[in-house]
Design a protein around this ligand. Sequence first.
Ligand code: GUN
Length: 295
Amino acid sequence: MTATIIDGNAVAAKVQDQIAAGVEKMKAEHGIVPGLATVLVGEDPASAQYVRMKQRRCAKVGIQSFGHVLPADATQEEVEKLVADLNANPEVHGILVQLPLPGHLDEERVLNLISLNKDVDGFHPVNIGRLAMKGREPTFVPCTPYGAMVLLEEAGAEFSGAEAVVLGRSNIVGLPAAMLLIHRNATVTVCHSRTKDLPAVCRRADILIAAVGRAEMVKADWVKPGAYVIDVGSNQVADPGSEKGYKWVGDVDFDEVKEVAGAITPSPGGVGPMTITMLLKNTLRGAELALAEKA
Ligand code: GUN
């Protein structure tokens, strides 16, 4: 069997068209231009590149972006002062503090300070807490797992009663992905570096989400025939034959696993484009919340 390939670029383009229409309506009917503030502390090239991509995508759907860059040795007080200013700025409907922050800064205190109604990353402890609790709804859902869930829905996955396995327990992806699956009534197992017999646990999964950051770790014999496989990984590996000398691969051995899975995301071209898309969607939602507050 060859799996259906879940095309993240196509789904992202469709959702971005809807967002652009929502932004246009917000401008025309209420004179409000949704705005995203990005905060980058230091000069990590990968983080700077992510932030640039986010800003470019904002422009494409008509969202304003306000880029703030602080030096790598910025103090806790300086970062907190910037977040407080952005909280108070009515043109800003979403605040994104790019993680990881330099080691001397207290990430939890910074995230805790972001206004709940501007927490477009969904990393505020209250939003994460609501995500964890039955019968509660977070104001915002973290973008990468949110995008993974949209891809699963688009591919026709059934969540209720499904065995779901999440590989990885990071705050940004694995943990919130597990909580979203629980909300949808899946039976969820979260695997990590101490999990025994990982292949056997993964083979139970009707839905497998790989978010461990290990190049092509998930092999064909880890996957139940017909399973939905979402590859969140993005790993740079040597590729001596190519011009650049490297290439990007996911956490899943795509060529092998596509012969077993029922549906699979490629990487690149799967979850990646959805992360930024959900950030745009959350920013539009932030603008809608601001509008509702004014009413
Ligand atoms: N670093 C890696 N992924 C993310 C993300 O989704 N949001 C933020 N703020 N930082 C990140």
